[in-house]
Design a protein around this ligand. Structure first.
Ligand code: 5MM
Length: 354
């Protein structure tokens, strides 16, 4: 079977199914929960609330998130880490199946992390292409229907270099092409970090360059733009910049960047939160909704901005699971409302502990 732009279908899902999955992931009022922390990252997150990062605690924490009642009202899909894809609920149901039964779509992070880029001190390249075709076939067999790969771009005086942007874009496009060959929808994530003292204008300039490189590479490598999602950073002032841009300014800079770089064929843009305060991330999403209807759906694929409060409530105690789930449900509902342009401060100032 062949699809748009001559793609040959060899996986378990036809091209039109991938396009339908991509659209479902950005369906009305829904966004994605990123729960794909790698081992070092989940260790950091669990240790921060004084929980040991054992395999069982990682499983228990992910179970808390995934089995949150009615989460599918606001969450379309969940990104898992390799280990999690093979783990099971207390009742022995594999997580991908439990997520599907709950009405959400399971996905998988397939990159192997950002490593130092040889010859370019301070810059990083994301690895994981070797053997990826085989890993994707296995992930698909285990139930994943979409995938994610994150490139990490830092801003310093001399960085990012054009070489770093192009090398990461090339890898993102190689990954995306392999995903589509396997019938998985690729989420393409070029993250320009908010670390640094740069003004918002510099973040906008670099984000625009990074996204331009990504779409040039995707086009060159014949990726079907209708069967993928872009996961970008919002355009922000550097964390240590003395002047912090306001909410409206962030929304305008972020939208202008997308307008300049993202073809209309892409069904959706799902923002990462990148270490922003969770409520501020929701406010930014709400401010971006003023640009709707845009050529693409504007939604979220937050990790920390959805999970942080739930994690801090849980602290590894079974007695706290219900309250932690309420906190996750609440943040998901706020971000879904923000997508629809109907979030208001009052949703977060109702006196609840979360
Ligand atoms: C959940 O964190 C993801 C995995 O990070 P590591 O590979 O560093 O462990 C990360 O890619 C995440 O999906 C995105 O950055 C979005 O999460 P945030 O917290 O930025 O919204």
């Amino acid at each position: 079977m062949t699809g748009g732009r001559g793609l040959v279908y060899t996986g378990s899902m036809a091209v039109h199914d991938m396009e339908a999955t991509a659209r479902a992931l950005v369906g009305p009022g829904k966004g994605i929960l990123a729960a794909d922390e790698s081992l070092p990252t989940i260790q950091k997150r669990l240790n921060a609330v004084e929980v040991a990062a054992t395999e069982e605690n990682r499983r228990a924490y992910r179970q808390l998130l995934f089995l949150t009642p009615e989460l599918a009202e606001f969450i379309s899909g969940i990104i898992l880490f390799d280990e999690t894809l093979s783990q099971k609920t207390d009742h022995g149901v594999p997580f991908p199946e439990a997520i599907t039964r709950a009405g959400m779509i399971p996905g998988i992070k397939v990159d192997l992390g950002a490593k130092p880029l040889a010859g370019f001190p301070g810059e990083k390249i994301t690895e994981g292409l070797d053997g990826l075709r085989e890993r994707l076939a296995e992930y698909s067999r285990l139930g994943a229907r979409f995938a994610k790969w994150r490139a990490v771009i830092a801003i310093t005086d001399g960085a990012p270099t054009r070489f770093c942007l192009e090398a990461n874009a090339h890898a993102l496009a190689r990954y995306a092409a392999l995903c589509q060959e396997a019938g998985l929808v690729p989420i393409v994530e070029p993250e320009v970090l908010m670390d640094g003292a740069h003004p918002i204008e510099r973040h906008q300039e670099v984000t625009e360059q990074a996204q331009q490189c990504v779409f040039e590479a995707l086009f060159a490598q014949r990726v079907n733009l209708r069967a993928m999602l872009l996961k970008p950073n919002m355009v922000l002032s550097g964390k240590d910049c003395p002047r912090q841009a306001g909410v409206a300014e962030v929304a305008i800079a972020t939208f202008r960047c997308l307008q300049t770089t993202v073809p209309a064929a892409v069904p959706g843009v799902v923002f990462l939160s990148g270490g922003q305060d969770d409520i501020r991330a929701t406010e930014h999403l709400q401010a971006l909704s003023r640009f709707v209807p845009a050529p693409w759906e504007l939604s979220f694929s937050f990790g920390r901005a959805l999970q942080d409060r739930a994690l801090r409530i849980w602290r590894g105690k079974a007695a706290n699971v219900a309250a932690a789930r309420q906190a996750l449900y609440h943040r998901a509902s706020c971000n879904a409302a923000a997508r629809n342009g109907i979030y208001s401060d009052s949703m977060d100032s109702s006196g609840k502990t979360f």
